[in-house]
Write a protein that binds this ligand. Structure first.
Ligand SMILES: Cc1cc2nc3c(=O)[nH]c(=O)nc-3n(C[C@H](O)[C@H](O)[C@H](O)COP(=O)(O)OP(=O)(O)OC[C@H]3O[C@@H](n4cnc5c(N)ncnc54)[C@H](O)[C@@H]3O)c2cc1C
Length: 420
């Protein structure tokens, strides 16, 4: 039997779900979050961006997160052989409002947000699996393993499961980003002292890369991303693939020499896609449920929070004035799609060989590095100063293909089967 009607039902208790849950409940809206798992639960996505800090203030969680997280002051990018390396610090980003971010275990982060949603009045049900959504003219009926929930609007924040996106067959994969990733938590990973010990470290080979994210004084999240086709061709388990990749990279071998894995190796594959539409009459998609690009620049949680905020702001107005729905939903689609386009271009460039040659060649001229740094921090609002610098950066990458403006990288390390 159907229950009371909510203003907004949210599918999924990750950051894209709890962000609008908190914001709408704070405005006095009747909100329900339906989460299929019981928290705390493992999730990947532990390195956050400075431009989420403003949202954490708005959500009222910055201080509690600070007490549970490592600070993150920037990132380091190195080649797998260890011959080239560059570090950047958010404090040097082009006119950045936020100079640091958090590195945090997702089980902890997501629990803080879910607790906050409950605290401000959202009803949060765990262990509730959404099976499908029926759309009515005046609202939605959500079928779950424990009955039906009715609401005026629904936000699908079910992550890459994308319940509504799949139901309406909106999913479009990015053919150039068919990747596979395996990852786990380790102790004893080599780490630099001081502020450098807070950086996200990226180690890039040809067709693959690693992340190293410090989670606390002991533990580091370490992951490998590679072409899905190469993973299949190697015929290894995710555990064995991870070990083989450490072996293949002199830099990773050194960093992992004293490392011990704690817990299992997790894996994910073919995760990059975008849904054709993010809104309908009674629904909005937020976070990964709208689309996921690639983990390289740690934009996933940032986009989840950003889209969650935008969805909440739009729905809060639409609930009072349904006549403005089409305009606000169209603006949402344009804004979220625009941010995804920016990062998609950046991610696509990352997988070109020239990117790393340009990126690891320090250039103070024109403040190019500072502009790239700002985009990596989540500065996605329009800024002329950043726009032309990024265009110049892409131009240099394109020219590098033909003319070596920056020193070439010659010691290529690959995970292709013939190289093993
Ligand atoms: C390999 C890899 C590494 C990554 N690293 C980073 C990183 O360093 N930094 C970063 O910012 N991002 C990273 N990401 C991306 C990040 O994991 C996601 O972008 C982020 O979790 C999206 O948040 P979300 O709330 O949209 O979805 P999720 O966090 O996936 O939350 C969705 C929730 O919906 C629930 N759910 C799903 N189906 C149902 C259902 N049928 N009924 C009810 N509930 C349901 C799930 O249980 C889950 O709790 C990475 C991703 C990958 C694949």
């Amino acid at each position: 039997m159907a229950e009371q009607e909510y203003d907004v039902a949210i599918i999924g208790g990750g950051p894209a779900g709890t962000t609008p849950a908190i914001l709408l409940a704070q405005k006095g809206r009747r909100v329900i979050v339906l989460e299929r798992e019981k928290f705390p639960r493992f999730r990947i996505g532990e390195s956050l961006l400075p431009y989420s800090m403003g949202a954490f203030d708005r959500l009222g969680v910055r201080e509690v997160l600070k007490s549970k997280a490592m600070p993150k002051n920037g990132a380091e990018i190195a080649t797998a052989c260890g011959s080239r390396m560059v570090k950047f610090y958010f404090k040097n980003g082009f006119r950045l409002k936020h100079g640091d971010a958090f590195q945090i275990e997702r089980a902890v982060f997501d629990q803080v947000l879910l607790d906050r949603a409950r605290e401000v009045g959202a009803e949060c049900r765990e262990g509730v699996h959404v099976e499908s959504v029926d759309f009515r003219e005046d609202g939605v009926s959500i079928r779950t393993n424990s009955g039906e929930v009715r609401a005026r609007y629904v936000i699908d924040a079910s992550g890459r499961n994308s319940i509504i996106g799949n139901q309406l067959q909106l999913r479009r994969p990015y053919p150039n980003l068919r990747k596979f990733s395996c990852f786990g938590h380790f102790t004893g990973v080599q780490r630099d002292e001081g502020i450098d010990g807070t950086l996200t470290r990226l180690v890039r080979g040809e067709g693959f890369w690693f992340w190293l994210i410090p989670l606390d004084a002991e533990r580091t999240s370490v992951g490998l991303v590679m072409d899905a086709a190469t993973f299949r061709a190697r015929k290894l388990s995710p555990e064995a693939m991870l070990e083989a990749a450490f072996e293949a990279s002199p830099l990773m071998k050194e960093r992992m020499a004293a490392a011990k894995r704690i817990g299992e190796v997790h894996s994910a594959g073919d995760y990059s896609f975008r849904n054709e539409r993010f809104t309908g009459d009674r629904w909005m998609l937020a976070g990964d449920a709208a689309g996921f690009i690639d983990p390289i620049f740690s934009t996933g949680v940032f986009l989840a929070i950003q889209s969650g905020e935008l969805a909440a702001d739009a729905l809060d107005r639409v609930l009072d004035d349904p006549a403005c729905r089409d305009r606000l939903f169209a603006a949402y689609q344009k804004r979220v799609g625009g941010i995804m386009d920016k990062y998609l271009r950046f991610v696509t460039a990352w997988y070109e060989p020239e990117f790393i040659e340009v990126f690891t060649t320090p250039a103070k001229r024109f403040q190019l590095a500072a502009a790239v740094n700002a985009v990596l921090a989540g500065h996605v609002g329009f800024s002329w100063g950043i726009w032309w610098r990024m265009e110049l950066f892409y131009l240099v990458c394109r020219l590098q293909r033909k003319v070596p403006l920056c020193p070439r990288i010659t010691d290529h390390i690959t995970l292709e089967p013939q190289a093993a």
